[in-house]
Design a protein around this ligand. Structure first.
Ligand SMILES: Cc1ncc(COP(=O)(O)O)c(C=O)c1O
Length: 466
């Protein structure tokens, strides 16, 4: 290892462990040159590397500082290691009820602003499809769903390098139904499933609702899912299925590297355990290319890849799907048994839009808007909440903020609501109500005075709680 890399590693470890808190000024280049007996260029290269990793930032004529994005690893070790039933629903519902209030600043929302979607163009497709609707489509488009729509969806998989058979695609009411049907298809009450920690709260609710038991696998905000912990869980418990997010995980925003996705699929293949892959944010990438899903590395039909248009095109249309691999037939039957079909005119309208509406152009615009909003939110955090830590996400629209250790996120959530601000408190993302000093905030809304004021007030509330 080169000397500048070793120096960067040493300093990164100090920052990640919290020994150099956010905002700390780093030693001058001259100081480090003397201290470590290295040349100035070695120190500069180490600092450039730390900057590239998002751990430090240069301030003009002032030096280098630990960046707000330098999140610390959660100290809590409150993951469920032994399978246990889950009881989170009442907490989740009480938090989510506040999302509906239109007067509240939407930092706790799970959706981007509806103003970012081409609703007028969509309406045109919907109207056209409704006018042209074949009366027999009410029968023909029943599960697995409208053929033209499934062909359009299959084309998007080709864009990801996946040859997706149309027959294995099942249209659902949003990704949520897809995910739940997958879980139903491969488990029975009392079975053990592996979920993430922190984890999308609806996964916890689904596990609770279906009477399953969960083991939690830690997710690090930088590295993602802990594959060693997963391997241990698979070796210890009769895990029947895994439910994981591989891209822009909710709430941490982390994306698994290609190597980890491949290793994840290899590990599950070895144990013959199916993966329910939740990829609702995969299209919202800020880098040039879409990160592939784990499905791209699946050769055995073991991965059920679930996605939707709720976050990318058509909120409220409830259009989702699953690329279900070897479970396609079981899921098609479950879909028929539980909701019969996804709305036939909506399927036809979306098929028309995907063919003629300019989805990719819209996506490019949406990603650009979200990236601008992320940067605006980061600046607001640097200004109003300098003592929180987070890892900058490369896609999606969530920031997972680590507050100072003694701050109670539930209390902050309640105080913020009194001031007309909604933030999502960390404990709803965990079976054990851990992450007591974390909140998730949404940057999916165009920057406005309301949001800036909300961030300022949040900073004041945080200071009062500190
Ligand atoms: C991680 C994750 N998965 C699934 C869903 C549900 O998606 P849909 O609205 O398409 O049902 C959401 C929505 O909040 C989500 O955040």
């Amino acid at each position: 290892m080169k000397r500048y890399q070793a120096l960067a590693d040493t300093m990164a470890a100090e920052i990640r462990a919290g020994r150099l808190p956010v905002g700390t000024r780093l030693p001058s280049v001259r100081h480090l040159t003397t201290q470590y007996g290295v040349g100035q260029s070695t120190v500069f290269r180490a600092y450039y590397l730390l900057e590239e990793w998002g751990l430090i930032r240069a301030r003009e004529r002032s030096g280098y500082y630990v960046a707000p994005g330098a999140a610390l690893a959660p100290k809590e070790n409150a993951t469920l290691k032994e399978p246990a039933p889950i009881d989170v629903s009442s907490l989740v519902f009480s938090v989510l009820d506040a999302v509906k209030r239109p007067d509240v600043a939407p930092l706790g929302s799970a959706f981007p602003s509806p103003t970012l979607f081409p609703l007028a163009r969509l309406a045109k497709s919907l109207a056209h499809a409704a006018r042209m609707l074949d009366p027999w489509s009410t029968v023909v488009d029943m599960p697995p769903g409208n053929e033209a729509l499934r062909r359009q969806i299959a084309l998007r998989y080709i864009g990801m390098g996946i040859a997706q058979p149309v027959e294995e695609l099942i249209v659902t009411n949003g990704a949520m139904e897809a995910l739940t049907l997958c879980l139903m298809a491969v488990t029975k009450p009392g079975d053990v499933v592996a979920i993430e920690s922190p984890c999308f709260y609806a996964a916890l609710q689904a596990v609770e609702h279906l009477g399953l038991r969960a083991v939690e696998i830690p997710v690090d905000s930088r590295e993602g899912l802990d594959l060693d912990a997963l391997a241990e869980a698979l070796g210890t418990h009769p895990v029947r299925a895994c439910w994981f997010m591989t891209n822009f995980q909710n709430p941490t925003g982390v994306t698994l590297s290609v190597e980890k996705k491949r290793a994840l699929v290899d590990l599950l293949t070895k144990h013959d355990v199916p993966l329910i892959e939740d990829d609702v944010y995969g299209e919202l990438h800020f880098a040039q290319d879409r990160p592939p899903p784990a499905k791209a590395f699946d050769t055995k039909g073991l991965v059920m890849h679930c996605a939707s248009l709720s976050k990318t095109l058509a909120p409220g249309y409830r259009l989702g799907w699953v690329a279900a691999g070897r479970y396609a037939d079981a899921i098609r039957r479950l879909k028929l048994m539980t909701s019969i079909s996804t709305s036939i005119p909506i399927q036809a309208g979306i098929a028309d839009y995907l063919q003629h509406g300019g989805f990719d152009k819209h996506l490019r615009k949406l990603r650009g808007a979200l990236l601008t909003q992320r940067d605006a939110m980061e600046s607001a955090i640097a200004r109003w909440l300098p003592n929180v830590a987070f890892v900058r996400p490369d896609g999606g629209y969530f920031l997972w903020l680590q507050l100072p250790e003694h701050v109670d996120a539930m209390q902050l959530h309640r105080r913020a609501l009194e001031h007309g601000i909604n933030v999502t408190p960390g404990p709803i993302f965990s079976a054990r109500h851990a992450y007591g000093n974390y909140v998730r905030i949404n940057f999916g809304h165009p920057w406005s005075a309301q949001i800036d004021n909300a961030m300022k007030t949040l900073g004041e509330l945080l200071r009062a709680a500190s």
